[in-house]
Structures are given as structure tokens and as C-alpha cells.
Write a protein that binds this ligand. Structure first.
Ligand code: DX5
Ligand code: ZN
Length: 219
């Protein structure tokens, strides 16, 4: 099943509650929450207090994308704040396997992400230990960037490997996904969890969401 995970990174935080309702009512299944520390990526975004607050008003599956160094330090806290899925960057972990075990131990689903320059083959050794692989299709750090074409092949290679090994692992893509151009490309390549940032939250959320879901039905 193909799922939409809107990212609120570029949303109007003064109206977050209303925007979350729109996202949920429009039919998105997940909510993508971008956590940045100013070290692993140049910018700083939201963290635990915001996730805790919105957990009380949203029934969506919380897909927490940790763009922070040594994320193992905060796994339990993000779980307690309401994360259902915790995705860490392979490049940010001192011991990736242990970090994944820690995520599972607190009852969350585990995801591992790779930046555009990191070969997807790097995470093949732990592929059977995660529920999701997040293939970054822009350099992490900011919303509204252009999709990097070089990432399409990584999605294809990963989907082939998952099928070859008979695994059930979701492939999430994040960055520069637009309804008419890059969305069909990533779906064709084998992605099944789609992050939409500016293409969903900037403008009419309901229309944007419905537009994405309409394209999903063609795949
Ligand atoms: C970027 C974040 C993304 C971002 C995507 O580092 O991980 O989730 O919000 O925004 P768009 O879809 O506008 O590229
Ligand atoms: Zn993200």
C-alpha cells in the first residue's frame, strides 16, 4: 500500500492545529516530523515539546525523521513524545545496529535513512532489521529543494534487493516530490511511503493531498 506522509517543516506554525486537521481530513495516513539539530544538518527545526503537543490532537501515525547526531541518545524521549516510527540517519549513528535495537526495545518501528551521497548498499547488512528505509532525494536540511535525479536509481536498487530477499520493508522518499513530475518517477522506481513538504502544506492542503492520492491510485 502507498502512503502519504506530509511534512510540516514549512507549514505555518501559528496555525499548526488547523493545518494538522486539514492534513488528517484530506486522507493522509502519516505525519512526517523533521527534527534537526544544527549539527548533522545546518538548520534547527522542531523537537520534543512540539511533538508532545500535537500528539494530543492527531491520530495520524507519527513518522519522526531524526536529522541529529548520535540519535541513540534521544530514542526513548521521542517514543514517549508520541513517535510511532523513528528514522535515524546511517551517517549519524555510532552503532547503527544498537540504535535500531533501542528503537524496537521501546516499542516503535525503526527506519534508517541515507543521504544522497551515501550508497544504499551501505545499509543492506541491516535491511532485515528495519521496517523502513528512507532514501533522501535532496540534501537534508531544508524544505523546497529540487529533487536529485541521481537518487532514482537508489530507489530501484533498494526495491530489487527487498524483493530478492523476500522482505517487507517500506521505501520512503523525502525531498522535492511534486505531484506531476517526481511523484510518478519515485512510485515507478518502487517507493511506497511518500513525504510531501512544500507540495502539500504550502497552498490548499486538501487539494494538494487529494492530488497526491489520485496519482497513488494509478500505481
Ligand atoms: C528536508 C526534510 C523534508 C522536507 C521536504 O531535510 O527532511 O522532510 O520537509 O520538503 P519538500 O517536500 O518541500 O522537499
Ligand atoms: Zn524529512
Amino acid at each position: 500500500m502507498i502512503k502519504l506522509s506530509p511534512s510540516i517543516l514549512t507549514s505555518d506554525f501559528a496555525n499548526l492545529g488547523a493545518q494538522l486537521r486539514e492534513i488528517e481530513e484530506a486522507g493522509a495516513q502519516m505525519l512526517h516530523l523533521d527534527v534537526m539539530d544544527g549539527s548533522f544538518v545546518p538548520s534547527i527545526s522542531i523537537g520534543l515539546p512540539v511533538i508532545r503537543s500535537i500528539r494530543r490532537v492527531s491520530g495520524l501515525m507519527f513518522d519522526v525523521h531524526l536529522m541529529i547526531l548520535e540519535p541513540e541518545r534521544y530514542v526513548e524521549e521521542f517514543r514517549e513524545a508520541g513517535a510511532d516510527l523513528i528514522t535515524v540517519h546511517a551517517e549519524a549513528c555510532t552503532d547503527l545496529k544498537k540504535t535500531i535495537e533501542k528503537i524496537h526495545a521501546c516499542g516503535a518501528k525503526a527506519g534508517v535513512s541515507v543521504k544522497p551521497a551515501t550508497p544504499v548498499e551501505d545499509i543492506f547488512p541491516i535491511l532485515d532489521q528495519v521496517e523502513l528505509v528512507l532514501v533522501m532525494t535532496v540534501e537534508p536540511g531544508f524544505g523546497g529543494q529540487a529533487y536529485l535525479e541521481s537518487c532514482t536509481e537508489k530507489i530501484r536498487v533498494l526495491r530489487r534487493e527487498i524483493l530478492r530477499r523476500g522482505l517487507y520493508v517500506d521505501i520512503e522518499v523525502d525531498g522535492g516530490i511534486k505531484k506531476d513530475t517526481t511523484l510518478p518517477v519515485v512510485l515507478e522506481a518502487g517507493a511506497n511511503v511518500i513525504v510531501g513538504g512544500t507540495a502539500i502544506v504550502n497552498g490548499n492542503i486538501r487539494e494538494n493531498t487529494e492530488g497526491f492520492l489520485e496519482v497513488f491510485r494509478r500505481f
